[in-house]
Design a protein around this ligand. Structure first.
Ligand code: IPE
Ligand code: MG
Length: 235
């Protein structure tokens, strides 16, 4: 059986996340990262994955040189153009997770426009994490919960892990099954810290622009061979 058929006959994860590392040489490879994201999203949609969360810009990435921050700020516009047509045809929804108070006005407008336009689509949810960091996500969630307690909408004893999960950007997405990082680094860099509680990890040597269909299937094949116990005993 081919690798693809083997993967498709097994459990296909509901939600995967990718730390798209290894685009360092932005200037030279400008066209690659976005095209790659489009292709990977289309493959995920094709094989029935429900959600794909990708790390495009972290809350710490503002500390990079201005030229690179400027380039990264243009990504949503490039995404919008790259996704046109095919995403509509395939019914793919796009959402953004992250802070919205540090972007130029045109970036906020674009994000809102894309989300509004695609919100009723029922295919893959592509969750683009942009000015995203887990510390901020969890801190903001905690603030919301405290507000609800202060206004008597919620009592302290009602705060459960589910309540906390419902105050994170990923509240409408399935549980995270698999976290992939490209480019050989093996760290999380403040990405989805709450959501990875029982995720499997896969670290790929390939840089993000070279991570294509075949590498994704390799990651899924590897994932399917794991024995997930969720704290219980071996099945
Ligand atoms: C993670 O990579 C964030 C993105 C891929 C957007 P970083 O380059 O920001 O993180 P470190 O510094 O390697 O940990
Ligand atoms: Mg890095």
């Amino acid at each position: 059986m081919s690798l693809e058929n083997r993967v498709l006959s097994g459990y296909v994860p509901q939600h995967i996340a990718i730390i798209m590392d290894g685009n360092g040489r932005w200037a030279k490879k400008r066209s690659l990262p976005r095209t790659n994201l489009k292709n990977i999203a289309l493959v995920c949609n094709e094989i029935g994955i429900k959600a794909l969360s990708v790390y495009a810009f972290s809350t710490e990435n503002w500390n990079r040189p201005k030229e690179e921050v400027d380039y990264l700020m243009d990504l949503p516009k490039e995404f919008e153009e790259t996704f046109k047509g095919k995403f509509k045809e395939k019914n793919i929804r796009v959402m953004f997770s992250g802070r919205r108070d540090r972007f130029p006005e045109h970036v906020i407008e674009l994000i809102e426009r894309v989300e509004e336009k695609t919100k009723d689509r029922t295919g893959l949810i592509l969750n683009i994490c942009f000015d995203y960091g887990s510390y901020t996500e969890i801190t903001d969630g905690v603030k919301e919960i405290v507000k609800e307690v202060q206004s008597n909408k919620l009592s302290i004893d009602d705060i459960t892990p589910e309540i906390i999960g419902n105050h994170l950007y990923t509240k409408d997405l399935p549980k995270l099954d698999l976290m992939i990082r490209t480019s050989g680094e093996e760290r999380i860099s403040n990405f989805l810290l709450w959501q990875i509680a029982y995720s499997e990890f896969y670290f790929a040597k390939k840089h993000w622009p070279a991570f294509g269909r075949k590498e994704l299937f390799k990651a899924l094949d590897n994932f399917q061979k794991r024995n997930r116990r969720f704290g219980g005993l071996k099945e």
